[in-house]
Design a protein around this ligand. Structure first.
Ligand SMILES: Nc1ncnc2c1ncn2[C@@H]1O[C@H](COP(=O)(O)OP(=O)(O)OP(=O)(O)O)[C@@H](O)[C@H]1O
Length: 291
């Protein structure tokens, strides 16, 4: 079992933004979703874990080794798919992956070739192995990104907003690839897509303004909120009134009608119906409670 323990982690940028504000989480094998809106601090946390930037305070232990002191230790066991993978050079998928494999320490040429071909096959790019990566579609690039993150058999993989910009089919393909990678390593998925966390992750945390607001299994977090979410169809002109009188956690147009969800421990008056709580309700009510 691999364990990543983050304790009282803090990072303030030189412009005064507290991007990580006393974060503590413990993550074990399986897929962990780090969910938060834009600017919540997800990338800052990911970059700090992978050693691209130093925190101001706090500790990060991977399998009990201090990775802030010894960032090389984690790098050998870690695969990272950043939000922006950077420039895609005019070289073939096979050549680029082989080059990255050398950087990752896969020095034996036979072993490297076998690993590179197996990974290209795993991410469904084998038939495109001779094509230049700069000609790849967004989905193919992300799958190539996963292949490079898997080089050297890492024990922990971090993927930062991996499905941003992918169409639904490519997103599904990418997500099923992630879920196939297996339960015997840690995969941290940083995203603002509640649905991806719901479909893929056994554990999760919600982050905003650099703080972890809630953590647990999606099923448990949904259970805790059962019986507290209510829905009503309203006219769009009534939204301000409802916002003033209720804890409206979300409002959405469905077939031309405005549907609102509110948070209330007791049944509200005025024609509200109980809702089967979803992870989206957990997400929005957590953000609202911590505004
Ligand atoms: N290098 C930096 N210097 C100064 N401020 C930064 C820097 N990087 C991020 N920030 C700020 O820190 C906060 C957290 O940003 P971060 O990119 O970690 O959030 P995020 O949750 O990954 O957001 P997104 O989903 O938009 O990428 C934001 O207010 C952002 O503007």
């Amino acid at each position: 079992m691999n364990t990543l323990k983050i304790h009282n982690l803090k990072k303030t940028y030189s412009n005064g933004v507290k991007a990580i504000d006393n974060v503590s989480i413990e993550i074990q094998n399986g897929m962990f979703g780090l969910l938060g809106p834009n600017g919540a601090g997800k990338s800052s946390l990911m970059k700090t874990i992978v050693g691209l930037q130093k925190p101001d305070d706090g500790s990060i232990l991977f399998n009990d080794a201090d990775v802030i002191e010894d960032s090389e230790f984690l790098k050998k066991q870690l695969g990272f798919l950043p939000q922006y993978f950077g420039v895609y050079p005019k070289v073939s998928a096979f050549d680029l992956l082989s080059h990255l494999a050398i950087l990752k320490g896969v020095l034996n040429s036979n072993e490297r070739k076998n690993q590179v071909l197996a990974l290209l096959d795993k991410v469904n790019l084998y038939e495109h192995r001779k094509k230049n990566v700069h000609t790849f579609s967004g989905g193919m690039r992300q799958r190539f990104g996963i292949a490079q993150a898997l080089l050297g058999n890492p024990k922990i993989i971090i993927v930062d907003e991996p499905t941003a910009g992918l169409d639904p089919e490519e997103r599904n393909r990418f997500n099923s690839l992630l879920s196939e990678i297996g339960e015997d390593i840690i995969i941290i998925l940083s995203t603002h897509l509640v649905e991806d966390v719901h479909n893929l992750c056994s554990k999760m945390a919600i982050i905003n303004k650099g703080n972890i607001l809630i953590q647990g299994s999606p099923t448990d977090l949904i259970k805790e909120l059962n019986g507290k979410i209510w829905k009503k169809q309203i006219h769009k002109n009534e939204l301000d009134d409802f916002n003033a009188n209720f804890n409206v956690i979300s409002s959405q147009f469905i077939a031309g009608k405005m549907n609102i969800h509110i948070l209330s421990d007791t049944p509200p008056y005025d024609g509200f119906e109980p809702v089967n709580t979803s992870l989206e309700d957990v997400y929005f009510s957590t953000l609202l409670k911590n505004e």
